[in-house]
Design a protein around this ligand. Structure first.
Ligand code: HEM
Length: 526
């Protein structure tokens, strides 16, 4: 009998390890070098130009370099004076702005090994979107993975038949009747905020960071509107959802770069843990709902509505959404709704503080339409000037500064092919500030441009996209219209707003378009 020596065993082991390493290296080279490179060549052949990417960061290095140039520029300007310009595109996205000059309004850039088709040409977008059904649009896989703890497979990220199914079930939750039921909690939360402002003012503090305050109130409203805030669990979910978003977006991000999650291991584990805790809490809320006797009260929020829709018999889940899907949808309502809504109101307050004449016009309109009595929400839809102001604020400072899609099939636009798998990045801020679409006064606050045209007299029907476009446009539009009108009506009948000397104008993108240093305003009771 022959015995294998130790050195022979070591030789075999070394060969196995070597073979595994080689396989791994080959796989990585194929997925992160050869395939992306092929995609790059393919896109060039399809007619798209753009900045040359480098492996493995793509164009991220240039984006970060440009951003830091912008930061030093903006802080030196800010300290000089309150010289507020709404011409924000080149300061919030200097890289897009400079690439546009070299490559035009449609080009390819790279986040790591992922190509993105950048679009600010509404005609190209129109031609492309007419070829694609809402259900055949995808969402970029890198973002689906990155934001999984926030949205799961909720409506924002759902694709194909799943998206059709969910949209069909969720849409009735935003019916006018259902929204009216939520109005009471909106009035309630806003009045609570007003009381707190009055006590701050009475104790001599006239300067209020309206962004911080409204984000909190709108967060409370959306959490109550989504899944109720009546119990301790509701409040806990609300706090944890906010923490999750901050954790995900606070660190340096390298989305699309191979092994990004491993390099950011602390953040990855933190978000995963938070995501799991939130899911657990949400499950318990859903279960409590299903066992609750107070069905009428609970049907007033979106979760209550989904549970009712789910099956003719309240609480049985054999027809439509599973518990995990319900959890994802509730999280999606929260993340899709709270920050966007609060930012639309906060940017409006900034614009009104800068334009006292419009503040007065809105106050007069409120007096005329709503009167001085207790707020009757049936009149809110008649506030025409408030609607122009809202549309103009959403144009100059769109809370969702970009819209993202993924081509699930090849799309032909004239003689150009957008290949299957291409990620699409529509730069809404650039379109909303484009002088060729809006005229020379594109960067001026002029609500009257919406007087006779819901599209603000934009030269192109696809040039104004605060809520996205087509069948995948925002489902929560009517909810925000109502909330916006309620909050502004209550605020404008109580207070006058002036810009605080400590305000620094530095809009920035962190998922949403937000003010870097909040929006401190001088708030005076009327
Ligand atoms: C000012 C406030 C808001 C803005 C600016 C906004 C903007 C947007 C945008 C740009 C999209 C992407 C559309 C597209 O891909 O074409 C979107 C989708 C969505 N929004 Fe909003 N949103 C707002 C408020 C809300 C609210 C209050 C909710 C829910 C409570 C909500 C829920 C959603 C959902 C679920 C989607 C995904 C729709 C789908 O893909 O079918 N949004 N929103």
């Amino acid at each position: 009998m022959e015995f294998v020596t130790l050195s022979e065993v070591l030789d075999v082991l070394t060969s196995i390890i070597f073979a595994i390493c080689l396989c791994l290296l080959t796989t990585l080279t194929i997925f992160w070098w050869i395939l992306p490179n092929q995609k790059f060549q393919n896109l060039r052949r399809c007619g798209f130009d753009g900045p040359t990417p480098s492996f493995p960061l793509g164009n991220i290095k240039e984006m970060k370099r440009n951003k830091s140039l912008k930061s030093s520029f903006s802080s030196s300007c800010e300290s000089m004076a309150l010289d507020i310009t709404h011409d924000i595109h080149s300061t919030i996205s200097p890289y897009y702005s400079s690439w546009q000059k070299s490559y035009g309004k449609v080009f390819i850039y790279w986040l790591g090994t992922e190509p993105f088709l950048y679009i600010t040409d509404p005609e190209f977008l129109k031609k492309m979107s007419t070829k694609v059904l809402a259900k055949t649009w995808g969402k970029p896989s890198v973002f689906r993975k990155d934001r999984d703890p926030m949205f799961g497979n909720g409506l924002v990220m759902a694709e194909g038949n799943k998206w059709v199914h969910h949209r069909h079930i969720i849409a009735p939750a935003f019916s006018p009747l259902n929204l009216k039921r939520m109005a009471i909690m909106m009035v309630d939360s806003t009045k609570k905020m007003i009381e707190s402002w009055i006590s701050q003012i009475n104790s001599g503090h006239f300067e209020i960071d309206v962004e911080r305050e409204i984000v909190t109130t709108a967060g409370e409203i959306i959490a109550r509107a989504s899944f109720g805030m009546g119990d301790e669990n509701g409040k806990k979910v609300f706090d944890q959802l906010k923490t999750l978003q901050m954790t995900l977006f606070k660190t340096n991000r390298y989305v699309g770069v191979p092994f990004e999650k491993i390099f950011n291991i602390k953040k990855t584990l933190e978000t995963r843990k938070l995501g799991e805790e939130i899911n657990k809490l949400m499950f318990s809320i859903i279960e409590a709902r299903m066992n609750s006797n107070d069905k009428i009260q609970h049907q007033q929020d979106l979760l209550g509505h989904l549970l009712k829709e789910n099956n003719g018999t309240y609480g049985q889940l054999n027809k439509a959404l599973t518990k995990k899907e319900l959890v994802d949808e509730c999280k999606t309502f929260f993340f899709g709704g709270y920050e966007t809504t609060s930012l639309s109101i906060t940017w409006t307050l900034l614009l009104l503080a800068l334009h006292e004449d419009w503040q007065n016009q809105l106050r007069d309109e409120i007096k005329e339409v709503v009167g001085k009595e207790e707020l009757d929400i049936n009149f809110l839809a008649d506030l025409k000037k408030m609607k122009w102001v809202r549309s103009e604020a959403l144009r100059l400072y769109p809370p969702s500064p970009n819209v993202q899609r993924q081509a699930k099939e090849d799309i032909r636009v004239d003689n150009i092919k957008v290949p299957k798998g291409t990620n699409i990045w529509i730069d809404v801020v650039a379109m909303h500030h484009d002088m060729t679409l809006w005229g020379n006064d594109a960067n001026k606050f002029k609500p009257e441009r919406f007087m006779n045209d819901a599209n603000g007299e934009c030269h192109h029907t696809m040039g104004y996209l605060p809520f996205g476009f087509g069948g995948r446009a925002c489902i929560g539009r009517n909810l925000i219209f109502m909330e916006y009108n309620i909050v502004l009506t209550l605020l404008l009948t109580k207070f006058k707003f002036k810009l605080s000397p400590s305000y620094h104008h530095s809009p920035t993108i962190m998922l949403s378009l937000r003010p870097t240093y909040g929006i401190p305003l001088i708030v005076q009771p009327l």
